[in-house]
Design a protein around this ligand. Structure first.
Ligand SMILES: NC(=O)C1=CN([C@@H]2O[C@H](COP(=O)(O)OP(=O)(O)OC[C@H]3O[C@@H](n4cnc5c(N)ncnc54)[C@H](OP(=O)(O)O)[C@@H]3O)[C@@H](O)[C@H]2O)C=CC1
Ligand SMILES: O=C(O)CCCC(=O)O
Length: 484
């Protein structure tokens, strides 16, 4: 039973049109706690009519929202952020209940989510245009930046709040309206953010949250020509489908898709620091992040020493109910997630891998898996090419810098990458050689609202956060004026 200081935050209606609505046909979906399987509540399974109405509403109010000054929009966004701060503990409790992550991580995520709102509230005031020296005396060239229009966001379950605000805040700051479809596993965090947006005075229809059958909602959000932009975070497979669906209406797109992050430890690294960085990168959210270290490459000469340090730290991690203080690793999100982890491990074992620690389920719950370290790996194993999305650290070895870079780049993905080295010249060579959108050097934690988050290759395109993040929600208009 979920106990919140502010029970209004658990909304079992969608935030559409002028307020809170059930599906017109009354259909609902249960949302369960992945740790104990208990039903937390229900959400509407909206009909096509409901979703079409939401699109019409977002379209209707967009021009009025865009007509506000950036300062006015910023004040509303800052009020929203203040309310999120006021309700931080409840939002964290709600997140852990529906997602399973440790409560300390949920608290951290609420702070992280809010940092995007505060950042973009200010960044909206700096959407500068340009003047360009003309090529004729009678002409003037001006570049205007305008909101892209009505936007849609489809978000995953691994960061139920931050993936919403990372898209909604720049959209709203730029003068766009947005319709958000959160993951069906974790809709309550998104709906609670809607409650607080409404309380902050953000006008009806500027931000809407729809829930229900993803393919139907996706069809409408990608197919409707009134929607000018889609931002998606999730699997590469679904990203490909959505990109194709957006083609007929030529939408602006941001895709933040799967990753297969290499984590390289060179022989000149501070091994204690590298082991801490790997724990942080690998086991955050039970390994269910797109920037989690997926393949660890350790230089052969230091493998045993590094493993000694790292494995002790792994064995100290506690698995359990994320709602309990002190738990490091909560359950996996669902049965599919658990089976994927088990299948990847089994494939590696069948092909010769060795378990150093873990490798089995944990009794804490049906979806709990022990933090695991495996060695004796090769590139033929599925675990080398697929996103694990679970608490398994796969340790590969390498001899030379060139070999490490080549192995790290041998993937269709290109989101986050990490390496540890104290050699300055090597740091430049490796950073330039890694085919990734983000590189962490001597750190396993790279995410912040002030820096551009995003990938290359089949990890997608577009950047979130930072001054680049708002560019995704504006279009450039060139004005050529003859003043003669
Ligand atoms: N880049 C990242 O951060 C993430 C990567 N992943 C990767 O994907 C794997 C599978 O996870 P999964 O949850 O299935 O990820 P998905 O890509 O299926 O889900 C992400 C979001 O897309 C929605 N969605 C799914 N299918 C469609 C569709 N046809 N049209 C519109 N929206 C759709 C989902 O809705 P609904 O919840 O209703 O299905 C959810 O909101 C993970 O194991 C991991 O490897 C997963 C999540 C995040
Ligand atoms: O895993 C993801 O989908 C988002 C990455 C979280 C982060 O911002 O670090």
């Amino acid at each position: 039973m979920l106990t919140l200081s502010n029970p209004d935050l658990l909304k079992q209606r969608c935030f559409i049109k002028d307020g809170w609505h059930a599906a017109v046909d009354g259909t609902t979906i249960n949302v369960t706690n992945p740790f104990n399987g208990e039903v937390i509540g229900t959400i509407p399974s909206l009909t096509e009519q409901d979703v079409n109405d939401a699109v019409a509403y977002a379209h209707k109010v967009q021009k009025t929202w865009a007509a506000k000054t950036a300062q006015e929009r910023a004040e509303l966004l800052q009020k929203w952020a203040d309310l999120i701060d006021d309700n931080k503990e409840d939002l964290a409790i709600l997140m852990t209940a529906e997602q399973g992550k440790p409560i300390s991580e949920s608290r951290g995520e609420i702070g992280y989510a809010n940092s995007f709102i505060r950042w973009f509230a200010e960044e909206g005031k700096r959407v500068y245009g340009d003047t360009i020296p003309a090529t004729q005396a009678n002409l003037r060239y001006v570049v205007l930046k305008q909101p892209v229009g009505v936007c849609a966001a489809i978000t995953p379950w691994n960061f139920p709040a931050a993936m919403i605000t990372r898209k909604a805040a720049p959209a709203l700051a730029a003068g766009c309206t947005i319709i958000i479809k959160p993951a069906t596993e974790t809709p309550f965090s998104a709906l609670a953010l809607g409650v607080l947006a409404e309380q902050a005075g953000i006008p009806a229809g500027v931000i809407q949250v729809v829930t229900g059958k993803s393919s139907m909602i996706g069809d409408i959000l990608t197919g409707d020509a009134r929607i000018q932009k889609l931002s998606f975070t999730g699997s590469t497979e679904v990203g490909r489908t959505l990109m194709a669906q957006c083609a007929p209406t030529i939408k602006k797109l941001s895709l933040e898709l799967g990753g297969n992050a290499p984590f390289i430890v060179f022989d000149d690294a501070d091994l204690e620091k590298a082991a801490d960085g790997l724990i942080a990168s690998k086991f955050r959210n039970a390994g269910q992040t797109c920037v989690c270290a997926n393949r660890v490459y350790v230089q052969a000469s230091i493998k045993d020493k590094f493993l000694d340090i790292f494995v002790k730290k792994v064995q100290a991690l506690s698995v359990g109910d994320g709602a309990k203080e002190g738990v490091d690793i909560g359950p996996l999100i669902n049965q599919d997630g658990l089976e994927k982890v088990q299948a990847l491990l089994q494939d590696a074992l069948d092909k010769g891998a060795t378990i150093v620690t873990g490798g089995d389920k944990n009794d804490a719950s049906a979806l709990s898996f022990n933090p695991t370290v495996i060695t004796d790996l090769n590139s033929d194993m599925d675990i080398a090419s697929e996103e694990i999305f679970g608490p398994i650290a796969s340790i590969f070895t390498f001899e030379t810098e060139e070999e490490a870079i080549q192995a790290a780049n041998d993937t269709i993905y290109g989101l986050a990458s990490y390496f540890y080295s104290r050699d300055f010249a090597r740091a430049w060579r490796v950073t330039e050689g890694l085919e990734y959108g983000m590189v962490g050097h001597n750190t396993g934690m790279i995410s912040t609202e002030v820096a551009p988050f995003g990938g290359v290759k089949q990890s997608g395109f577009g950047r979130e956060g930072s001054k680049y993040g708002i560019e995704e929600y504006v279009v450039t208009k060139y004005w050529c004026s003859d003043i003669s």
